[in-house]
Design a protein around this ligand. Structure first.
Ligand SMILES: Nc1ncnc2c1ncn2[C@@H]1O[C@H](COP(=O)(O)OP(=O)(O)OP(=O)(O)O)[C@@H](O)[C@H]1O
Ligand SMILES: [Mg+2]
Length: 202
């Protein structure tokens, strides 16, 4: 018997932080983390300039069939290859490592609750809520520090892609959530709400 928990929410809401803490709390013998970002479609066939023009905030930027196939494998008790996505190059690589099946599978990503076929696999659906200004500030800091972007390029991408796609696809997926947690309150409080929700279900 295993449990798939989907965690969605806007960029900078705190999904990755919450999902990691859940897996750490349960322990790697019981829980495993799947990042939807690792399932971005590979763009190695496109010229570098064209790769920059892709809308990475649209649902079609992700390889949903592959993610669904992998989750089915894990749910059936089989190991899957660990994928990794390189943001700068927009390429997806197999790391050579594997992800073992575990009784709790935590999937996190902006579009985790968008796809009906993906939702159908989930036992619990969580949406992480945080105000847009807080999310933008977090995103700006991350892209400047971790991805070496400029303030102008982060703002441009936010206004062109991130913000409209959030309104069109991410925010509407909140309606499918069984549980909405705060991404602004202390981390442990939101993690505890999710953990007690899971415990109640079993
Ligand atoms: N509850 C919280 N309180 C304060 N800061 C937080 C909280 N949760 C996350 N953060 C911080 O906010 C930033 C963004 O969090 P995180 O990377 O988890 O967001 P995300 O939802 O995964 O965003 P993205 O979709 O862009 O990957 C991080 O710097 C993280 O440390
Ligand atoms: Mg994240």
């Amino acid at each position: 018997m295993n449990l798939l928990i989907g965690i969605a929410g806007g960029t900078g809401s705190g999904k990755s932080t919450i999902a990691k803490r859940i897996v750490e709390t349960m322990g790697e013998a019981r829980a495993v983390l799947i990042e939807q970002d690792a399932y971005y479609r590979d763009r190695s066939h496109l010229a570098p300039k064209e790769r920059e023009r892709v809308n990475y905030d649209h649902p079609s930027a992700f390889d949903a069939p592959l993610l669904i196939a992998h989750l089915r494998e894990l749910k059936s008790g089989r190991t899957i290859p660990r994928l990794s996505y390189e943001y700068g190059m927009h390429i997806r690589v197999e790391t050579g490592a594997v992800i073992p099946p575990r009784s709790v599978i935590v999937l996190e990503g902006i579009m985790a609750l968008h796809d009906p076929d993906l939702r159908a696999l989930m036992d619990r659906k969580v949406f992480v809520d945080a105000a847009p200004d807080v999310r933008f500030i977090r995103r700006l800091k991350r892209d400047l520090i971790e991805r070496g972007d400029t303030v102008e390029s982060v703002i441009e991408r936010y206004l062109t892609f991130v913000r409209p796609m959030h309104s069109a696809f991410v925010e509407p997926s909140r309606q499918y959530a069984d549980l909405v947690v705060s991404g602004e309150e202390p981390l442990q409080s939101s993690v505890d709400q999710i953990l007690s929700n899971i415990a109640g279900r079993r």
